[in-house]
Design a protein around this ligand. Sequence first.
Ligand code: NCD
Length: 314
Amino acid sequence: MLRHLMSPMDFSVDELSRLMDLAGDIERNPKKYAHACDGKILATLFYEPSTRTRLSFESAMLRLGGKTLGFATADSSSAAKGESVSDTIRMISCYTDICAMRHPKEGAALVASAKAKIPVINAGDGGHQHPTQTLTDMLTIRSLKGRLDNLTIGLCGDLKFGRTVHSLIKSLVRYENVRFVLISPEELRIPSYIRDDVLEKGGIEYKEVRQLESVMPELDLLYMTRVQKERFFNEEDYVRLKDFYILDKKKMDLAKPDMLVLHPLPRVNEISIEVDDDPRAVYFQQGQYGVYVRMALILSLLFPEEYKVLEQEG
Ligand code: NCD
């Protein structure tokens, strides 16, 4: 059966656990997988800017022995001529075996998956979801913290437009005793479809605060985010809010000695570079886990029977 990845919720907790186990095995034994995708092609269809996500997908496929093709901007594709995502994916299904798509419109990857003959991976759809960043975040947390349960997680910055935050919360609420501290200015609070439909409905413990300093001591993880300039309706609001939080050494002094700082990157000003040398700052390491987990994802979607990460239906 053809499986896609639109949201981290598409995979059960058991499937995620097996996926992360596979990523771990790839990390320890890269040679074993160096030809696993010989003869296969990954398409990267990026209608919106990206450095990490697109290149980590390409790196993942190349490290598996496969090849890649695609485009990095909408205006270098037929989208500039008015072609629909549905038509593009029908063609891409003839050229490649699997595809990662990023699009500024919420739901674009879902539309593509309905017409695709190959697995489609949502590499970010507008302000909605970013499941492979969540897989990256989860593998980082599981590898460096040793668990995904019993955690107090601070999410700080643009919780309104930050799709990585939405995906991460939706995924982590499935683990035991996970508590969220949502740190944002009033204008960038978490959307109600997360607060009401996920946190409230699920009976998950959370609080919303404006100030970062006062909650630092209680956090096991701090997930910093960039204010999403491209999703603002006016420049003035962006300029007013962009430097609302700046994590610096002084604030790090308030944190637990084993608290981890994550960030999906790119960073703008929200983490001072003086924090980079702190052993608790793991945002560059996170990028490495992103390659392993995307390798595991490509293998699981392309060869479901061989890798047995995903449950087979029917
Ligand atoms: C994130 C994204 O695109 O949502 N970047 C990424 O993929 N690592 C975060 C961001 O752009 O702020």
